[in-house]
Design a protein around this ligand. Structure first.
Ligand SMILES: NC(=O)c1ccc[n+]([C@@H]2O[C@H](COP(=O)([O-])OP(=O)(O)OC[C@H]3O[C@@H](n4cnc5c(N)ncnc54)[C@H](O)[C@@H]3O)[C@@H](O)[C@H]2O)c1
Length: 333
């Protein structure tokens, strides 16, 4: 087994947000590698049926800001922490800015404090590509940071990175800050605040037109969740990544119109697309990650093509259609 995977065998690993889209996949992978996984999640955005069913995964229901829950979790002695719990994402934070600051700001600070006191070996913070400015040069490089942000979510993701730097430089905590680009795949149910792909797939499987916000020429870097998990596992180990912010994307740029066409084709949906104006806060017309740092530091190599990832996503929707449910409100794509 490669060194970075063998690293997790026999370890106790805390995954906050471990019932969520990425966290559920990460927790399953860690359990498969021989780790004992503690999931701390308040189920505020994840359906309970998404929780990994594995005897090596212990579920603690509660919030990352709840000190009693944190006592419970840290008494179990995690030596590694993946902090994925968050109010997700931009539109949600525009609608609920105080909750965004509570969860993404205070929640991150509390998990960092506990991790530093407990002397954990490494703390991995799920940051976001949305912190890059709309006019940053493509492909987006880790150095292209901005202090001008369009949503509270972007502000609190930067805040989270800054707290990580503080704990790394002044409290002796080993941290890594992966910046994730548009994850998609099995484990992400559709919803008002979810990403475009699950909402497209849900509408397509319901025989409805896909709602494209903007012209369709906008682009994003869609990254299969299995590749994101692989990147997180690498960065949870890689000694050279200590203290770094590292992009985890696919390195490919996809037009939303092309994505919509692919989803309609794979699901046999003949209802086409409808266009809506772009969201007020969204001025980011093109996104594509420079993944050279993750490659050189950690050997990251996202191999899943968009077509293959979409096929697996559609297949997961078919398998879980009864749980996902035909009626999901507010899917504006
Ligand atoms: N999905 C993406 O495309 C993407 C892109 C960039 C960054 N990220 C970041 O990666 C992380 C995981 O993303 P995801 O797509 O799995 O999101 P998600 O919403 O599916 O998962 C987040 C989980 O956190 C839980 N949670 C929310 N508030 C909580 C609280 N106060 N206490 C405990 N648990 C709480 C939710 O119930 C959910 O299960 C997040 O931090 C997100 O900001 C995701």
């Amino acid at each position: 087994m490669p060194e970075h995977l063998d690293h997790y065998r026999g370890k106790t690993v805390l995954v906050t947000g471990g019932a969520g889209s990425i966290g559920s996949n990460l927790s399953r992978a860690l359990a498969g590698l021989g780790a004992t996984v503690i999931v701390l999640d308040d189920l505020s955005s994840a359906p309970p049926w998404n929780l990994p069913e594995d005897p090596s995964v212990l579920f603690v229901e509660g919030s990352v800001v709840d000190e009693a829950r944190l006592d419970d979790v840290f008494q179990r002695g995690p030596s590694l922490v993946f902090h994925l719990a968050a109010l997700f994402a931009n539109q949600n934070s525009v609608d609920h800015p105080e909750l965004d600051l509570t969860v993404n700001g205070m929640g991150t600070l509390r998990i960092l404090q506990r991790s530093a006191s407990a002397g954990v070996e490494r703390f991995v913070f799920a940051s976001s590509s949305s912190i890059y400015a709309s006019d940053a040069a493509l492909p987006l490089n880790e150095r292209a940071r901005s202090l001008l942000h369009e949503t509270p979510y972007q502000i609190t993701k930067v805040l989270g990175e800054m707290y990580c730097d503080y704990f790394h430089l002044h409290q002796g905590l080993d941290v890594v800050k992966p910046r994730l680009f548009n994850s998609y795949g099995p484990g992400e149910a559709p919803g008002r605040y979810r990403n475009v792909i699950p909402n497209f797939v849900h509408r397509a499987m319901s025989g409805l037109p896909l709602m494209v916000t903007g012209t369709g020429d906008e682009t994003r870097d869609f990254t299969y969740v299995g590749d994101i998990v692989d990147g997180l596992l690498r960065l949870g180990f890689c000694p050279d990544a200590s203290g770094h912010s590292v992009n985890l994307g696919s390195g490919r740029e996809t037009r939303i119109a092309d994505l919509a066409e692919a989803v309609n084709r794979l699901t046999g949906n003949g209802a086409g697309v409808h266009h809506r104006p772009r969201r007020d806060w969204d001025s980011k017309s093109r996104r594509c990650a420079d993944i050279s740092k993750a490659k050189s530091l950690a050997g990251y190599d996202p191999a899943t093509s968009l077509e293959e990832g979409l096929e697996r996503t559609v297949s997961w929707f078919r398998d879980n259609w009864d749980s996902i449910g035909p009626a999901v409100s507010g899917l504006n794509g």
